[in-house]
Design a protein around this ligand. Sequence first.
Ligand SMILES: [Zn+2]
Length: 486
Amino acid sequence: MKLYDIGDTIQGRDIWAIRMTQGARGRPLGSRPAVLYQGTTHAREWISTEVSMRLLEWFLAERRAENPEVVEILETSELWFVPVVNPDGYEFTFTDERLWRKNLRDNDANGDITNADGVDPNRNYPEHWNYDVEGSSSVISSETYRGAEEASEPENQANIDLVEDMADFRFAISYHSFGQLLLYPQGWQTLTMTADDPIYLALTGTDDDPAVADFNPGVGADLYTTNGEFTDWAHGEAGVLAWTPELSQGCEPAPDCDFGFEFPDDEDLVQTEFERNLDFALNVAKSATDPDDPASHVGLDTANLYLNIASLDPWKTNWTQADLRVDVSYAGGSSQPVEVLAKRAVENVTLHYRINGDAAQTDAASESPSGDVYGGNNAYNVYYHYLRGEIPDLEVGDSVEYWFTSGGAATDAVEEYADAGLSNSGTNIFRWTLDGFWIYNLDTKMPPGVQMYINNCYRLDAYVQDATLNKVKISESPYAIFKPVK
Ligand SMILES: [Zn+2]
């Protein structure tokens, strides 16, 4: 084990990180894959520091007891712990205000820490920082004040330097409280999974079978949207898959449970909370050496190819990046692109298709173009990416079967669709293409799904059709009402 001072807070306190790996003292930084555990980004969430510290102590004790699983982890990987990300705020919760959340930035420079002060360290990271006013605030007294500029806070800078420069991080868990949730990216807009979702799913589980008992797993923005937040930054900018567990209050499931951030100072309850979270933390540690084939507590393996990840996680039903199946095409007289979510480690992904029962043909799938990215960064694709193939020469009325294979192995997925022909009347309001979607008949009533689709088209170019039936990029269209103005 080795202790590192990774930076100073606004008030000059040291921020400490502990590195645990076999032979840490003599070993160069970054020479083994690493996992980061951290607590108390938000000052009042004391249980998060307790869980991080107990995790550190558990690994140490099990190493000493020569638990083979732990010996293996520490001989092949590094575990890093930052038990207090926000030491100024943490201290302040002991001396002044138990429920203080932010750091101690003196926003109004009056020399005193009051309700006008503090930056929310979990809204200050340089990823979708200041994207909208729902996911963070520009009001200095707000609990989610994002700071004057991205990464303006020394506590954030210390964490950024740690993640980017000090180790080869693969995963990070940033403990918070409260809510009994296991949140993972993306957080900045709703209904948006990452390409690496199969790994999150395997490690985190689903609503019916979560990796932490009684916790509810899911994409962060399903709870509330955040921008400038740690896990989005870690994954989207640093390539480190990351979670925010929202720990318990210490009184669940009692119906009148309302301890909130004040987890009881009770040894049994604290230990129970730690133990409840141990398996998940351990599986993440075990997975550092092979992130795209993680140790799953819930028995989920990561597949090479996915056409519809919602079949594993029904919560993501109808999400545009989850369900890639093309059921109906309007490509009559032209061709239809189709996509698959594929593990990067798998080569030779091939599209197979059969038109009207004729002999199957193939097309080599290649990386999907990212389009005009709506809302910014789409680099949440460290281990998986979207691949695309093209089915040519379609006529109205054709019946098509298609599937993908990888590495010449057996069929991974089969779907069918019928070519319904282009129509811009009646109920055919959408024309989905993989470069975007069309909205027809804007003078008629919009269907209820429109707002969702537009919110959720970051990977795609979105188009509307104007009054003269020209295709207009939605970002340039007069229909600003359909943009996600928050
Ligand atoms: Zn928090």
